[in-house]
Ligand binder design. Sequence first.
Ligand code: ADP
Ligand code: ASP
Ligand code: MG
Length: 416
Amino acid sequence: MARSVLKFGGTSVADLERILHVADIVAARARAGEKIAVIVSAMSGETNKLVSLSRGAAGEDLQDGDFSDEYDVVVASGEQVTSGLLALSLRRRGVRARSWLGWQMKMMTREGHGSARIDRFDYDSGLAEAIDGGEVAVIAGFQGISENGRVATLGRGGSDTTAVAVAAALKADCCDIYTDVDGVYTTDPRIVPNAKRLEKVSYEEMLEMASLGAKVLQTRSVELAMNHKVPVRVLSSFAAPGDDNPGTWVCSEEEIVEKQVVNGVTYSRDEAKITLLGMEDKPGMSARLFALMAREGVNVDMIVQANARGEGRANMVFTCTSADAMKARGVLEKHRDEGLYEDIDVTSDVAKVSVIGVGMKSHAGVAETMFDALFKKNINIDVIATSEIKISVLIDADYTELAVRALHTAFDLDVT
Ligand code: ADP
Ligand code: ASP
Ligand code: MG
């Protein structure tokens, strides 16, 4: 029995007209005999509105513990609305359907609130039976229930992860992520209009692309898909049922015959650079510094240490998200007097631009091409980080788009 999981993001359910269009797509597939679970996001803009309402209500003083559990109650509500509206629209088309909220389907989460992780998804909720019995399950994405019975949300973009988790649990034949672009592109098509749609992209590459800024899929959803070998496809919700809409398959590397050296260029502006000048150059200083960061929950990304001019001194540069940088500065200022460092500088005027491709594993010269393309545009590289299948550079945020376009051209990714 073919079980299918379909997910529709915010723009795809932005208003009633779009929801009715989604109902047409789902109804056509249900009539063709597929057993369907549909995951919906909140209407576009709705979650942002709910986030700022929660912040407004909480004021400046509430700490995380007092804030995030009720924040989740508020922001999870956007998906409740769309799940009900889509279920109604399907019934209007004569398709049996009902909505499922996180707590009703026992989507159990762990690791607190705001960006909880899915722990397990209990099977005794009746969801699988309902689907197999021919009723479309319209699932509110992004939400689950914590160990102590409270509403929890999965982090921004988390409906993607709900979809993959449901597909894995149901052993679905496909997990179709319908969105406002018709696939995964070599870079964000909003920045480079002649970006290319990829027919296939490996889990590994997609994971790097998502975590380095391509927000088309939430990083955790790709991680989950890779671990459970869920076949994911990204495709357009704007096409009509029956239109040619091949999308992009996210699949194992072995299924990709022609491996490109570079398959994607990404950017992230949500970066901050922290420079510590005059750290004592002796064993244990880095351990002390990053223990402090870990304790504050600061997720450190790129790290560079270099000897300073002064005797026995070193400078340390590291990056993290802009939000984490505030926390990092706060705790570092407190430790300034203990001789950890002499001076600190924090800036958010930086962006991380990356090139990604599995072919890099077996090709030399990628760094040279990348650095040369940036040099030709007179873009200065601040920090560099590499892994087996990616190279990232930190640059001045003002040059983000210029860098992305230059790299896209340098690696022959432009549609001609
Ligand atoms: P949804 O609301 O459907 O979840 P998102 O806004 O989260 O959609 O993700 C889709 C957006 O991701 C696209 O509109 C596009 O601008 C952006 N995007 C960034 N990088 C890429 C990429 N490499 N390929 C496709 N889309 C990308
Ligand atoms: N509505 C949530 C958000 O905007 C979850 C999602 O759309 O995936 O982040
Ligand atoms: Mg999204």
